[in-house]
Design a protein around this ligand. Structure first.
Ligand SMILES: Nc1nc2c(ncn2[C@@H]2O[C@H](COP(=O)(O)OP(=O)(O)OP(=O)(O)O)[C@@H](O)[C@H]2O)c(=O)[nH]1
Ligand SMILES: [Mg+2]
Length: 288
């Protein structure tokens, strides 16, 4: 199974990003703290080869704090020195991210520092820009591909910051990565089967965060032992019913996905550095 969702403006942004990444003084790469690996755009390494980069794990308020800590340690161990976790709406954390970025740029009074904010859709790039500007300069929203054009904003201390449209790549593989992105809202909900996204979320929650499920859905007694039963119980309790009392799984999926995205189920991370290491080991070619 491959997932394709690559609206036309992303190709244009790709070309623009390729040119401007080289001209920028530093890049703030905005990742989603719940999926720090899945939300890394594989093109970013290529585009930013000689430009310093700071990895920003945004939406830390929605992610499992222990797992976010593991990710920051992982990036440090990998030699990626500049990584931090923030909530883009928090001014002091947003300023820390900007300061870390600006510290990478050699001081030159005569020149404005160019900071490029880049990443996949819906990771909070425009929100960060608004927080840094102290007013609403960019449109934001909880669906992917809100920003369609790059935008420059001047900040104090001789800084120009550039917001960019979120971009993905044409084919997203493996399926785990596509579901991880879909559950956080980085891919359009129409690109995958909505119930499959909920199934993925149900599996993750049952396996890793059963106590969060019990706290959110107090009617779960006993805790279901599979995805279908979980969605059935949520559907029944929340009145997601079709004729003759049958469960409307699409509606039940909507409840679970919306609760996940809004943080109502709790602080949840979809992937840990350990999962990624295992995945990479398992997919490594075997040499005899
Ligand atoms: N909880 C939480 N929500 C955030 C945070 N940052 C952004 N958001 C929300 O995430 C959604 C997407 O934010 P945007 O700033 O529009 O994201 P973007 O990266 O500019 O998205 P595109 O322009 O589509 O690429 C909005 O609903 C924001 O309010 C954060 O740190 N925590
Ligand atoms: Mg935006």
């Amino acid at each position: 199974m491959t997932i394709q969702w690559f609206p036309g403006h992303m190709l244009e942004t790709k070309k623009w990003l390729q040119q401007s990444a080289a001209r920028a003084d530093v890049i703030l790469e905005i990742l989603d703290a719940r999926v720090p690996r899945a939300s890394e755009n594989p093109w970013m390494d290529k585009f930013t080869r000689n430009t310093p980069r700071v990895k920003v794990l945004n939406k830390m308020d929605l992610a499992d704090p222990d797992v976010t800590h593991q990710w920051l340690t992982y990036f440090k161990d990998q030699g990626i020195g500049h990584a931090l976790a923030i909530n883009a709406a928090d001014r002091s954390l947003a300023m820390t991210a900007l300061e870390q970025a600006v510290q990478q740029v050699p001081h030159n009074r005569a020149r404005k520092k160019k900071v490029l904010v880049a990443g996949i859709p819906n990771t909070g790039k425009s929100t960060l820009l608004n927080t840094l500007a102290g007013k609403k300069v960019a449109k934001t929203g909880n669906i992917p591909a809100i920003t369609r054009h790059q935008q420059r904003t001047s900040l104090p201390n001789n800084i120009d910051i550039y917001d960019t449209p979120g971009i993905l790549w044409p084919v997203i593989e493996p399926p785990r990565r596509a579901y991880a992105l879909a559950i956080t809202g980085a891919i359009s909900d129409t690109a995958l089967d909505y119930q499959d996204i909920a199934w993925f979320a149900a599996g993750l929650l049952l396996h890793r965060y059963p106590e969060h499920l019990v706290a959110r859905y107090r009617f779960l007694d006993p805790l279901p032992d599979n995805e279908q039963e979980l969605l059935e119980q949520i559907g029944r309790a929340r009145g997601c019913l079709k004729s003759k009392g049958r469960i409307d799984f699409h509606k039940a999926a909507t409840v679970l996905i919306q609760d996940f995205r809004s943080g109502k189920i709790g602080k949840i991370s979809v992937e840990t550095p350990y999962d990624i290491n295992d995945e990479e080991k398992n997919s490594a070619p075997t040499h005899i």
